[in-house]
Design a protein around this ligand. Structure first.
Ligand code: ADP
Length: 169
């Protein structure tokens, strides 16, 4: 895993909850990893949400499903995103857009981050139309009632969802 930035590397951060990672996220990861030297997928350690998976579990799943992508690394942060980015010498934020609703919120987020640090830019990546309806919440709703999520998440995630919900029965 690369941790030093020589100064010439283009490093992007894809932040999110990833509770859990879906094929929609994975599609954004694969496409943006091609555009940058290094992509850091950063799990937000946000105590105000009530996540199904712990930060460690979410990181583990992300690591498993991105193991074939050598320039992708997984990390987490609880600090301000822009501060985390400075510490990793990254200046691009990647966010995915599924709808106009996503856009309104994302625009607000991007403007705030730019205000906090004007060297930081947000790059929006349009969803793959195949996954435009897909979210971690939808996946959890379906899995919780034993529905089929094979088309929505990688096998490792499907397995861990099953374990979580079986343990709750
Ligand atoms: P957050 O709580 O920060 O929104 P998420 O894990 O829900 O975290 O999403 C992280 C990022 O991935 C967001 O930019 C979101 O819009 C994007 N995203 C989520 N699902 C999809 C999808 N199906 N297609 C494209 N982008 C997506």
């Amino acid at each position: 895993m690369l941790t030093n930035n020589t100064g010439n590397e283009r490093v992007a951060v894809y932040p999110g909850s990833f509770d859990p990672v879906t094929y929609g996220h994975l599609d954004i990861i694969r496409r943006s990893a091609k555009l940058y030297d290094r992509l850091i997928v950063a799990v937000l350690n946000n105590t105000s949400k009530n996540p199904l998976f712990t930060v460690e579990e979410r990181k583990q799943l992300l690591a498993e499903v991105t193991q074939d992508l050598p320039n992708v690394e997984i990390d987490s942060f609880r600090d301000l995103l822009v501060r985390f980015m400075k510490s990793r010498q990254a200046n691009v934020i990647i966010r995915g857009i599924r709808s106009v609703t996503d856009f309104e919120y994302e625009l607000q987020l991007a403007s705030t981050n730019h205000l906090l640090d004007n060297e930081i830019d947000t790059i929006f990546m349009m969803t793959n139309p195949k996954y435009s309806y897909l979210s971690s919440s939808i996946v959890k709703e379906i899995a919780q009632f034993d529905g089929e999520v094979k088309e929505l998440v990688p096998p490792a995630v499907e397995r861990e969802l099953r374990k979580k919900y079986d343990a709750r029965k």
